[in-house]
Design a protein around this ligand. Structure first.
Ligand SMILES: O=c1ccn([C@@H]2O[C@H](COP(=O)(O)OP(=O)(O)O[C@H]3O[C@H](CO)[C@@H](O)[C@H](O)[C@H]3O)[C@@H](O)[C@H]2O)c(=O)[nH]1
Ligand SMILES: O=C(O)[C@H](O)COP(=O)(O)O
Length: 320
């Protein structure tokens, strides 16, 4: 656990640790508020089941804090959907949600479809590749929302080790795109968000009414886009941060992280342009030339698309 006292002033006024949100106290604060946990999952058969089993056992059966567990199967080719169903989640296929819309791809699309397919007043997003998950991830994220009506969004922070293939652990070396791309960009252009220590982390919770008013960038631009757009929509004072201890997940190879970095830079550019802070004489290129170990070369597309706020879609469909 971080020495929170030392970093509290940087984490912002609404910072806490998961230990400050015991489940019994949350049950008293919950009242009629309903809570959905939404897990995007692409080929996560080895981890998704254990995460759901923990949520179901601790936060539905033992203490009924959570009302719904929804897995969005993001075009998996493995047994993700079966493992999730066996463990007790409702599973929807990403492309089966709002099927009249042409499908888009990636994690942002999974999260937007998860919002559309879930019902809770509070939506908690949790990645499905976590190897360090505990029920305190969910209780920590919903705590500030249940007790303070002025808080609309809660983002996790944690220590992120790098776990090498041989099992050796390097403290502080995880989150490479976070440290090399996302945090420098935020510090340059949205310094109010610099206190979010893990801006790319996949664990956060928000009120449905707020999420439905936000556009969702597709692919891996989604977390960066949500943070910047939330700052504009609700302001920093409605955004909280909770320390969940540590986070271990499945590391992607460097080339995949290069593509992720490209998508995040495209997202940052789109927000700078939208906020009138850069004037583009031509749009940024969205191809990335990548070199492999054996001089193999690939030209990949790192463009991101965007889903409109869900509330605007519902309104359009109501009017049609
Ligand atoms: O097309 C996709 C890609 C990923 N995922 C799921 O999204 C989660 C996170 O994806 P992952 O590939 O594990 O991302 P990371 O390498 O862990 O990237 C980090 O940085 C990303 C960019 O901000 C965030 O989206 C991630 O949550 C965060 O963990 C996992 O459950 C995936 O199965 C999908 O559902 N669909
Ligand atoms: O947040 C990040 O930077 C990416 O998830 C990569 O994380 P990793 O370096 O721990 O694989």
């Amino acid at each position: 656990m971080r020495a929170l006292a030392r970093v509290q002033e940087w984490y912002g006024p609404h910072s806490s640790t998961s230990a400050e949100w015991p489940v019994d106290a949350l049950m008293m604060a919950k009242g009629e508020t309903t809570i959905s946990v939404v897990l995007p999952a692409r080929d996560e058969e080895s981890t998704v089941g254990d995460i759901i089993t923990t949520i179901r056992g601790d936060l539905i059966e033992r203490t009924p804090l959570v009302d719904e567990i929804l897995v969005v199967d993001s075009n998996s080719t493995d047994a993700t959907a079966e493992r999730a169903r066996e463990a007790g989640a409702r599973v929807v296929a990403q492309n089966d949600v709002l099927p009249h819309l042409p499908p888009l791809t990636g994690k942002g699309e999974a999260l937007w479809k998860g919002l559309a397919a879930s019902k809770g007043d509070i939506v908690v997003y949790i990645d499905s590749d976590l190897r360090s998950f505990g029920a305190h991830y969910v209780t920590g994220l919903v705590g500030p929302l249940l007790v303070d009506t002025g808080i609309h969004f809660v983002k996790a922070t944690y220590e992120r080790p790098y776990v090498a293939a041989d099992g050796s652990v390097q403290r502080g070396d995880g989150g490479r795109v976070t440290e090399l791309v996302a945090r420098p960009l935020l510090n340059m252009f949205w310094p109010e968000l610099a206190g979010f220590a893990q801006p790319l982390g996949g664990e956060y919770a928000a009120r449905r009414e707020v999420l439905e008013r936000l556009p969702f960038v597709t692919e891996y631009g989604v977390e960066f886009g949500l943070l910047v757009d939330l700052l504009q929509l609700v302001g920093l004072d409605a955004m909280a941060q909770v320390d969940l201890g540590h986070r271990i997940h499945t590391h992607q190879p460097m080339a995949a992280l290069g593509r992720m970095a490209g998508q995040i830079m495209q997202t940052a550019w789109s927000r700078l342009e939208r906020q009138g802070r850069v004037l583009a004489s031509e749009p940024p290129a969205h191809t990335l030339l990548q070199f492999g170990l054996d001089n193999d070369v690939a030209l990949v597309d790192v463009a991101v698309a965007e889903r409109p706020p869900l509330a605007s879609l519902v309104l359009e469909e109501d009017l049609a």
